[in-house]
Design a binder for this molecule. Sequence first.
Ligand SMILES: *[C@@H]1O[C@H](CO)[C@@H](O)[C@H](O)[C@H]1NC(C)=O
Length: 468
Amino acid sequence: MSSSKFLLLSVFASFSLLKLALAFDNTRFDNKPLAFYCEDDAIDVFPVAFVNTFFGPGGVPSMNLANICNTVDNTTFPGTNLPNCASVGNDIKTCQAKGKIVTLSLGGAGGAVGFSSDSQGETFADTIWNVFLGGSSATRPFGSAVLDGVDLDIEGGSSTGYAAFVNRIRSHASGASKKYFITAAPQCPFPDASLGGVLNAASFDAVYVQFCKKPYLCFDWPLKIILSADIPPKDWDFGLWDDWARQTSPNKNVKIYVGAPASSTAAGSGYQDISTLTKIAVQMRKSFPSFGGVMLWDASQAYVNGRYDLAVKNALSAAGGTGFTYPACSAPAFAAGTNYQGGSQVSFGGYIWQAKFFASSTPSNSPNGEWSAISACSGTGTAPTSVPTSSPTSPPTSGSCAGIAAWSSGEVYTGGQQATFNGHLWTAKWWTEGDTPGGEMLPCGERNVEKEARVDPPREVKQVCLTA
Ligand SMILES: *[C@@H]1O[C@H](CO)[C@@H](O)[C@H](O)[C@H]1NC(C)=O
């Protein structure tokens, strides 16, 4: 995400279901003042983005709110690179008076951010508290306006110090007269590369998962799965996040948002038209108790894209703004020892699962597992039915990999290409790079059921299995 944002649907304090995140995009120059986006009920949360330098001149951060306020067009506090954005402070108060939550987003793509130690993270938390939140400072860009919390949009670098930062903000906020919110915007492959450990170590109120980020294209393909159910799920990992939220997160009430581009111009890939995105959002809202809402990047683009934000908000409101009713575990109970075809659904452990490909293991929330949790559910499932089984073709016991190169982490493999690894032959299931054989590359003898399922009529792909 580039610069400033406004959230779409949300679930804070009351955790009612509808908030929209909004940001000023500093690569764009047609942002309206913040108060403009607060005029109706569509957007509930505004993470204003970004503080893009943590330690600038004078030991204070710098920020870029695009055309709304920046270090080039606006005055900076003496000895610093921090712009004075007094008029934004008035807008913040206007929005807060309408019940909106306005937070400060730290990071963004290409931000000069990060810490070398926990104590540096704590020092920075003190600075943020004094400059933007409940403390006091001679250099407050928004004057007497007090923001409602912080959002970590950390897209690179080390995770050192972030948990200490969050814990320090929490300790400042613990005695305060109002509630402060701490959120994060990780990317969708779970766990997040930059923030994974931080999310497990500190308490967050909401997580805006950027389901749209490259290179995983998580938004492009898996959604079709959910909508048409004709392709087994692979990358759509809301189930992993739901399990993380309810089992692992220090805050078991943390809410997960579907983060999405608000327009085809807002991200390199992953944009979905309004009807697709609203279907997804409503489906997630009905399927997972941790669902909090939708976060869109960004407000200015949502507004000019036919009020994309309002369409999402209306769809979620119509689906029931608050509360969660567990759907029944309508799929047959998982039966150990059964061989399930890709696409099969089972009930197990409070979820309905779908086999990503040929599956025989017990369903579990693991990024590389055979199953994907597609909905939380209540009950134990219907009686197991006899599932048509199919065993992997039995591998030949001998063979040779002469002429086939060793697998290399830097090499791109497209579906069907082969490499040797650990004394075995592996075949790429689809485009893959840097995935150690075992995940995106099939071992010898295992069939690419997912790919076969898309061939009509289904045909068995016999794989010659060799040993290096
Ligand atoms: C920053 O400067 C721009 C350009 O002059 C102006 O439009 C904007 O209102 C200024 N922002 C603030 C917060 O004063």
